[in-house]
Design a protein around this ligand. Structure first.
Ligand code: FNR
Length: 183
C-alpha cells in the first residue's frame, strides 16, 4: 500500500479540546504517505432507529468518509468514566442500518487525553467493547492514556519533548497495524 488514509474521529466538540489538538499533533508525527482526515460529528442528529431508511445527509457523509479510509483513529476524552455521548451517537449512526455498518473490518486505533490522572483508561476500555462488536481489529499495544497537562504540546501545537518519543511510537505502531489489516 503506498498511500494510507486515516479517518479521525474526535470525541469532543469543545472548541479548545485537548483531544482535537492531540489528533492534529499526532497527524504531524506521521510520514507523508499517511493522510489523516478529521471527520465532523457535531452536525449529526440524535440517532433514531426510525430514520434508518432515510439517513440524514450528514450521516451518509460520515459513512462514506469512513468507508473511503484505510483505518479509523478514535481520539476521545473520558466523560463520567465512559465515552462521550457525541461519540457514541456517531458510532451508532455509522454502524446502521444493520448489515450496512461503515466500520466492519476497518483497523482501529484508540487514544485519548483527559485532565484526570487515569488519562481516559476507562473510556478506552468501553470503546474497545464497542469496536469488538463492530468487527474492527483494534490495536492493543502500546496503550496510550494521555494526561492533559502543561507541556503536552509545544507553542506550535506539536507534541512536547517529554511525550514525543512515546507518541511517535504509538503512531508508528498504529500505521503498521493499518497496513497489516487493510484490505
Ligand atoms: C469530564 N472529565 C473527566 N475526566 C476524566 O478523566 N474522567 C472522567 O470520567 C471525566 N468525566 C467528565 C464528564 C464530563 C461531562 C466532562 C465535561 C468532563 C474531564 C475531562 O477530562 C476534561 O473536560 C477534558 O478537557 C475533556 O477533553 P477535551 O474536551 O479537552 O478534549
Amino acid at each position: 500500500m503506498s498511500r494510507i488514509t486515516i479517518a479521525v474521529i474526535v470525541g469532543s466538540l469543545r472548541r479548545e479540546s485537548f483531544n482535537r489538538r492531540l489528533a492534529v499533533a499526532l497527524a504531524r508525527l506521521a510520514p507523508p504517505e499517511a493522510e489523516f482526515k478529521q471527520l465532523e460529528i457535531g452536525d449529526l442528529p440524535l440517532y433514531n432507529q426510525d430514520d434508518d431508511g432515510q439517513q440524514a445527509a450528514s450521516v451518509q457523509r460520515l459513512k462514506s468518509e469512513i468507508r473511503a479510509a484505510d483505518g479509523v483513529m478514535f481520539v476521545t476524552p473520558e466523560y463520567n468514566r465512559s465515552i462521550p455521548g457525541v461519540l457514541k451517537n456517531a458510532i451508532d449512526h455509522a454502524s446502521r442500518p444493520y448489515g450496512q455498518s461503515a466500520f466492519a473490518g476497518k483497523p482501529a486505533g484508540i487514544i485519548g487525553a483527559s485532565v484526570g490522572a487515569i488519562g481516559t483508561a476507562l473510556a478506552q476500555q468501553h470503546l474497545r467493547n464497542i469496536l469488538a462488536y463492530l468487527d474492527m481489529p483494534t490495536l492493543t499495544a502500546p496503550e496510550a492514556f494521555i494526561h492533559a497537562k502543561e507541556g503536552l504540546f509545544d507553542e506550535a501545537g506539536n507534541i512536547g519533548p517529554n511525550s514525543k518519543a512515546f507518541l511517535q511510537g504509538w503512531v508508528d505502531a498504529y500505521l503498521a497495524w493499518v497496513k497489516k489489516h487493510a484490505a
